[in-house]
Write a new protein. Structure first.
Length: 202
């Protein structure tokens, strides 16, 4: 089976899982209270900026790119329902990646599909764990951090899978370093996102 076919299948799997999660739990997540609504298009703009402003970190001989996308993700968990959050993330990310112009249509679709899956899982985890907790209380913060970490893991595994099917997967030691850096950056970005989401409510 060729790499292109594997990517197409992986894209279909991600889309199917995302749609299935929304059909199964979307109503329950949408019913969760969001005291202060945020226009979805504004969050889409934040996702665009976060995708464009990539930070490059040197790890030994390798340079790793660190995204800031967890910042708008965490803000969206507090201010938007899951469908609006996925829409904002997809539009902002798609626009940023299209502007870069370095991705084939299939790669772009695959990237958007696993990002949407990661965001959906994050929304489900957040609303399940927070369970009505006040946004300015530690239980909601912990739920947001766990949700962001889950999304980061999904995206990291999916990105590594895309490299593997093309025969360019990094060695396990390098993957462990990238995963560790990703977790650290996710926690840092989550802290910033929590500050933006909760300080106005204090």
């Amino acid at each position: 089976m060729s790499a292109a076919v594997k990517i197409r299948i992986s894209t279909l799997v991600s889309v199917t899982m995302t749609v299935g999660l929304h059909l199964a739990w979307g109503d329950a997540m949408a019913s969760a209270p969001t005291p202060h609504e945020l226009p979805w298009w504004l969050l889409a703009a934040l996702f665009y900026v976060a995708e464009v402003l990539v930070v490059h970190v040197q790890l030994g001989r390798e340079a790793q790119s660190v995204s800031l996308t967890e910042i708008p993700l965490v803000i969206g968990l507090f201010f938007l329902g899951p469908q609006a959050l996925v829409l904002a993330q997809a539009l902002g990310t798609a626009t940023a990646l299209a502007v870069r112009g370095r991705y084939s249509p299939m790669t772009l679709l695959y990237t958007l599909s696993y990002r949407a899956l990661g965001t959906t899982i994050a929304a489900l985890a957040f609303h399940s764990l927070a369970s009505g907790a006040s946004p300015v209380r530690p239980p909601a913060w912990a739920a947001a951090a766990a949700a962001a970490l889950l999304s980061a893991v999904v995206c990291s595994v999916a990105a590594t899978h895309a490299l593997a099917v093309r025969g360019i997967a990094p060695p396990s030691s390098a993957w462990a370093e990238m995963l560790g850096l990703g977790m650290l950056s996710t926690l840092a970005n989550t802290t910033v996102g929590l500050a933006e989401a909760t300080l106005p409510r204090l």
